[in-house]
Design a protein around this ligand. Structure first.
Ligand code: NAP
Ligand code: ZN
Length: 351
């Protein structure tokens, strides 16, 4: 099936219209007409080959919400007309130990990324949600809660689950103290979800002017990470720090703000960061960890929680041909707090 999308063809080229083939649906496939797609900082990293494993052309987009157009013969969980979501992965081996536990994101054979991946059956490249239509096995398609705002729900498929998963893994709830580093797409969802789970929430930010927003989103305290006195004032506090910063940065100043047995979990930067002193780790039994998106069942749990609690992302809706400006603004941390592409603008943007 011929599908129109927007692609990066090289690490330096702006995204531009691109027509490509999607596979014919298999018996377990769901065909989705895309309504909205969120813009994640990972889209920018991959379009520009920041991580060194981009294969071009890349059609980014892994915060996909749309309507089911048709389903294969063996599909039981979806029917035409249903709302449906796709996040960062569209398949995994389904047999290894992590997959059996519902942790498909940690598949020992590697999960199949929604874009810049390869289908396990036909080995063709996967293309993401900056496009008209997407096709995936029903096992990797999510149900969208009734009545939720669709624009605001799209970012739940990546920013939402990537922050929900560590909150759940580290048993965050009433009485917990959580800090979030960076108020961007992931950071603002981390604040909303941690607050929704009943935790006391602190934002670490470098950017003046985000204080009122952070409070509105659910933060109880704001700490400027560049101010040594403010950092000192929150020593030995946090059970969990969720670090969403996308680039190299020193985490040593944050380690002293963890309490006994506290954990700093990286969800942002992928690569080699400055070394961490073992002193706070040993003297405070503290941990440094990482976390990758979340499993499919956990993603559904998060979507249902958001449906029940009225939680969605704060979004700025853009047209498809505004994506290159959106990437530049994202680099300047000028996003409040997630761009979402209205995919009905795609065909006009391709003229
Ligand atoms: P974003 O919207 O651009 O937000 C990042 C925030 O980090 C900024 O708003 C800024 O907050 C802070 N920041 C930016 N540059 C910084 C720097 N050089 N030093 C310190 N702080 C900085 O990005 P996002 O979409 O939330 O994504 C964040 C990262 O998570 C990306 O690297 C993305 O690839 C990654 N990611 C990982 C997973 C996973 O599974 N682990 C999933 C999705 C995304 P302040 O202005 O408040 O300081
Ligand atoms: Zn993402």
């Amino acid at each position: 099936m011929k599908v129109l999308g927007y692609a990066a063809k090289t690490p330096t080229a702006p995204l531009a219209p691109f027509t490509f083939d999607r596979r014919e649906p298999r018996p377990d496939d769901v065909v989705i007409e895309i309504l909205y797609c969120g813009v994640c900082h990972s889209d920018l990293h991959q379009a520009r080959n920041d991580w060194g494993f981009s294969e071009y052309p890349i059609v980014p987009g892994h915060e996909v919400i749309g309507r089911v157009v048709s389903v294969g013969d063996s599909v039981t969980k979806f029917k035409a007309g249903d709302l449906a979501g796709i996040g960062c992965m569209v398949d995994s081996c389904r047999e290894c130990n992590p997959c059996q536990q519902g942790l498909e994101q940690y598949c020992e054979e590697g999960n199949v990324q929604t874009y810049n991946g390869h289908d396990r059956h036909d080995h063709q490249p996967t293309y993401g949600g900056y496009s008209q239509t997407i096709i995936a096995s029903e096992a990797f398609v999510l149900h969208i809660p009734q009545g939720i705002d669709l624009k605001g729900a799209a970012p739940l498929l990546c920013a939402g689950i990537t922050t929900w998963s560590p909150l759940r893994h580290w048993n965050i709830g009433k009485g917990s103290k959580v800090a979030v580093v960076g108020l961007g797409g992931l950071g603002h969802m981390a604040i909303k979800l941690a607050h929704g789970l009943g935790a006391e929430v602190t934002l670490f930010t470098r950017s003046p002017g985000k204080e009122a927003d952070a409070r509105r989103l659910g933060a109880d305290h704001i700490v400027y990470s560049t101010d040594a006195d403010q950092m000192q004032s929150v020593a030995n506090q946090f059970d969990l720090i969720i670090d969403t910063v996308p680039y190299v940065h020193d985490i040593n100043p944050y380690m002293s703000t963890l309490t006994l047995d506290g954990t700093l979990v990286f969800v942002g930067f992928l690569g080699d960061n400055p070394p961490v002193s073992t002193l706070p780790l040993i003297l405070g039994r503290k941990s440094v960890a990482g976390s990758c998106i979340g499993g499919i069942a956990e993603t559904q749990e998060m979507l249902d929680f958001c449906g029940e609690h009225g939680i969605t992302a704060d979004v700025e809706v853009i047209k498809m041909d505004e994506i290159n400006d959106a990437f530049e603004r994202m680099l300047k941390s000028d996003v409040k707090y997630r761009f979402v592409i209205d995919m009905s603008t795609l065909s006009a943007s391709a003229k």
